[in-house]
Design a protein around this ligand. Structure first.
Ligand code: ATP
Ligand code: MG
Length: 263
């Protein structure tokens, strides 16, 4: 690790995550724009309270249920998720038979290679979306991310897109995929366009998805379906925004300011 963070530092966890992203950038895994995306996420995490909320738990359970019911699920991997949670990506992939597919907004062969290496070091046996693989295109998309792997996103009915861009989420919906996203900003276009949005940090959410996948794998179809039925994404997003408002109100209260101040 680049810097020593004192164990009692109030922003320790956040700073440690930031260090991982910086290291990922130095290893060519994370794009420079990925650093900015991370900063936007950090701000929303602060508003949420830097913990998994009950709302996020609920969305995670519905997401895992839909993943277990999918005919052909796939996990889309970009530089940020790869640098933050490579082991959990591999664990979830193996538990649910959902292949990992590298899909980059800012494509560079060097980045693809670095991500592939990191995933393999984390235990991945098969990674889709690499340059030596066949590809097909999603015509609804203009960037080079329109290229998808026919054995992955191409044939998938269900796609996990952690930290996604709004345009791509919309395109995936247009071609009929069931889209699940993890995004700290409940107001992003990605959050709004997805079928299920988990408003949480990927660092907390991915291990939780692994835990639920283990637990729910033995459930009956009916039980999984019931969980999805009772989940409403728009309501969950609205309540997530409400939660941010409540957190901010509390912070704006006199009591909080008095407690934190030095006088
Ligand atoms: P959209 O394109 O969906 O409207 P955006 O343009 O605001 O979103 P992007 O830069 O395209 O944002 O995508 C980054 C998104 O990822 C942001 O919404 C940010 O909150 C989120 N994000 C960043 N880091 C994390 C993280 N560690 N966990 C979860 N979400 C994150
Ligand atoms: Mg965007």
């Amino acid at each position: 690790m680049g810097i020593e963070i004192p164990p009692d530092h109030p922003r320790r966890v956040s700073l440690e995550i930031r260090e991982k992203i910086i290291e990922g950038h130095q290893a060519s895994i994370v794009a420079t724009a990925g650093l900015l995306a991370h900063g936007r996420g950090e701000a929303f995490d602060y508003f949420i309270g830097e913990a998994t909320t009950e709302l996020a738990e609920r969305a995670t359970r519905a997401a895992v249920a839909s993943m277990l019911l999918a005919r052909s699920p796939v996990i889309s991997v970009n530089g940020n998720v790869c640098s933050l949670v490579p082991e959990d990506l591999v664990r979830l992939s193996k538990l649910t038979n959902a292949p990992l597919e590298i899909n980059l907004f800012y494509y560079r062969k060097e980045r693809e290679d670095a991500i592939l290496k990191a995933l393999q070091e984390a235990g991945a046996e098969r990674v889709l979306g690499t340059h030596d693989r066949p590809s097909e295109t999603i015509p609804e998309l203009s960037s080079n991310r329109r290229k998808v792997d026919p054995d992955g996103i191409g044939k998938a009915d269900w796609v996990l897109v952690p930290l996604e861009d709004g345009d791509r989420t919309e395109a995936l919906r247009k071609v009929g995929k069931f889209v699940v996203t993890i995004d700290l900003n409940p107001m992003s276009r990605t959050a709004v366009y997805s079928n299920i949005t988990i408003v949480d940090n990927v660092v907390r959410c991915m291990p939780l998805m692994v835990k639920y996948a283990k637990e729910m794998r033995s459930w009956t179809r009916e039980r999984l379906e019931a969980l999805i039925k009772e989940f409403n994404n728009s309501d969950n997003l609205r309540e997530s925004i409400q939660l941010i408002i409540e957190n901010l109100k509390q912070r704006a209260g006199n009591e909080y300011i008095a407690k934190e101040a030095f006088n």
